[in-house]
Ligand binder design. Structure first.
Ligand code: FMN
Length: 174
């Protein structure tokens, strides 16, 4: 089966190496596109119907509130035909509040991933994968969760080789 790369990423103001900067492309999008170059397959971006704020501080407040209330923000679109025809599934996301962003949970709860391989790639500002791999396993019972890759957000553009080697070592059914 062909791989699916699903990613969530936010352009706009972000906190990078100690100061707020404007990013025209989000870090995870950069990493997901490098991963796509390495493994091909289908690239799909998760987008909310109502995106988080462009302002970094407002976004942190929104994302924290969603996390605290266990919200499942509505998505603007879903992969055509769902996920049944894909394996493995690479899931790329930023670490938000120590775990997965809640819109990623909306996606994960929508499908049955049992029997599928899911390989998580998490960009972050220093907390690594946080609790995201455990939360992913809980949300996708019966899936095989491959070893995660943590990518420092500010280093995403320089991480092509790291990402390629990680993808080569990902579990497969072949
Ligand atoms: C709402 C929010 C919460 C965040 N929480 C964390 C965190 O808990 N730990 C961490 O290391 N980085 C955290 N970050 C930093 C992001 O994980 C990091 O900048 C990531 O690369 C952003 O990816 P993106 O540009 O694709 O959205 C947070 C950023 C935002 C906007």
């Amino acid at each position: 089966m062909a791989p699916l790369i699903v990613y969530f990423s936010r352009a706009g103001e972000n906190y990078v190496d100690g100061s707020i900067r404007e990013l025209s492309v989000g870090n995870t999008e950069v990493a997901a596109k490098l991963l796509h170059q390495a493994v091909s397959g289908t690239l799909f971006r998760l987008e909310q119907k109502v995106p988080y704020s462009h302002s970094y501080r407002a976004c942190v407040e929104q994302a924290k509130r969603d996390w605290q209330t266990g919200a499942r923000p509505e998505l603007a679109a879903w992969p055509e035909g769902g996920v049944a025809g894909y394996d493995p599934i690479y899931l790329a996301y930023p670490n938000y509040c120590g775990t997965l962003p809640m819109p990623v949970c909306t996606f994960l709860e929508h499908y049955d991933f049992s029997g599928k391989i899911i390989c998580p790639l998490c960009t972050n500002e220093g907390s690594g994968m946080g609790r995201s791999a455990e939360d992913l396993a809980r949300l996708c019972p019966g899936a095989v969760i491959g070893e995660g890759l943590s990518v420092r957000g500010a280093q995403a553009a320089q991480s092509g080789e790291l990402i390629r080697r990680w993808a080569e070592g990902a579990p497969s059914k072949g």
